[in-house]
Design a protein around this ligand. Sequence first.
Ligand SMILES: NC(=O)CC[C@H](N)C(=O)O
Length: 221
Amino acid sequence: MKFAVISFPGSNCDMDMYYAIRDSLGEDVDLVPSDSTNLDGYDGVMIPGGFSYGDYLRSGAVARFAPVMESVKQMAEDGKPVLGVCNGFQILTEANLLPGSLQHNTSMEFISDWSKLRVQNNDTMFSDGYDEGEVIDIPIAHGEGNYYCDDETLAQLKANNQIVFTYEDNPNGSCDNIAGVVNEQGNVLGMMPHPERAVESILGGTDGLKLFKSLLNHVRS
Ligand SMILES: NC(=O)CC[C@H](N)C(=O)O
């Protein structure tokens, strides 16, 4: 299996994601610059966290126009797994690959902490290694993690079971405590918490590893 981790100017969690896949998951992975126009041969793509293009305008608003995004969209259309973490989630909403948007935390402060998440939907390629309702510890680090969508979109997310993770103790003001959502097809996941930072006990916990293992099992089968 081979995964691509996209590096945008200003990405700062690309190496964390790279090491999580290479060392903790034990799979092939390439760092792919955001001006690449070819993701052929990859089984899945990860959009990592950071401050792409300095978070100018809004987080992710510039990155959505990077050349690589056409290939990311193609992979999403082809049903390949696309995972966006933190700034990656912001980029996927800006690119309209996921519904909603990420606004400033209600505190207007950057929050870096551990958060407890509840697995609301364990029937996705990213979450089927967890138990339904399981509470997991995953770190957060963001200033714009306040998930917003209108009432109609929220109703659709609920009807389609697209809310994968919620916060137990909503740290940022997200509507309905939403921490992560999938697209309707179920192959594009965006989440503000960082599973790649919870893949080894020396990092403080391993609850993120199940997400990558779920994905790997899916790709293999
Ligand atoms: N860790 C990150 O990806 C940070 C995301 C984003 N730029 C924010 O502060 O909201």
